[in-house]
Design a protein. Sequence first.
Length: 325
Amino acid sequence: MPPAKRRWNSAEMFRRNKETDCFASKDNTNNTIDPPCPQGYVSFARNGTARCHNLIIGTQSYEKAEQICRSRGGEFSTITEEDELILLRDEAKNRGLNGNVMLKKEDGRNDTCIFFEIEDDDNAIVETDCDSEEVQNISTFACMVLECVVTEDGRACKMVECQTGEVSYYRKSGRLTCHKIINKAATWEDAQKQCRQLGEGHQLGSFEDKKEAEYVMGEARRIFGCKKEACYGTLWIGGKRKSRSPFTWIFDKTLAAIGPYNNFDEGEPDGDRRSKTEECLAIYINEATYLDQHCFDDVKIRKESYYAIRGFVCTAVKIVKREFY
């Protein structure tokens, strides 16, 4: 039986959220620092730490909305203060929005979704079945990131962002990856050298799974000005092997080995070409799947070939802290 719809008054819901939320876990009443949020976010500051919320318009499933939040280096918004709810509701009204705004689910309650009603002046939070028509018709959701401050008691959690021009993706492990697509042909070794020169921990690219690879290749297709079905060529990424051993991510030790069924294109890795083992990894721009290539393929001749190396992906893996320490 699906869970019944419940309306929580602000005091009860906020009390439940505070029990598990790091934002409300430390008392720094003497700290009045109010750090800024990124452009497009609204700031709710308390005890010297700011929580930055962004309302995103679009009817999405909870899973897709969560992925969008992660891709921006954040997570679904949690609200622990009545004033914080009023701030978000007023922001929605100022933007001319109506209806409901989806928030983060409670831990361990995967079947129920939480939202607030923009026009509700009682400041209530609604919890109901995620498959309900009411939830399916929600057209706005809220993402948040945390800002970093230094307090008298030590450092607080830090909001980590990617640099301008990079693709942000938030992995399931809690790590933020910053991908930069370089539109310049090179050998695998030269591509890695150029990634290192970017600084900030950049190495030749790596991906947690197919979802991350596809998300980054979507940006690559935009850079190359082509649609998925007509985007030729490949980009170097940071996988390598010796002889016919399995591929591994050389520079990203947070990921496991790249097995034969881990996002390789059909028939790949195919082993030898021109009687020589292909030991370096690339990714198709169109399909976002992997293939093995010769590390020193001639990249001076750039033909519109299915296999042509058109550039490379540089990736920096950052750890996002969510708790005071």
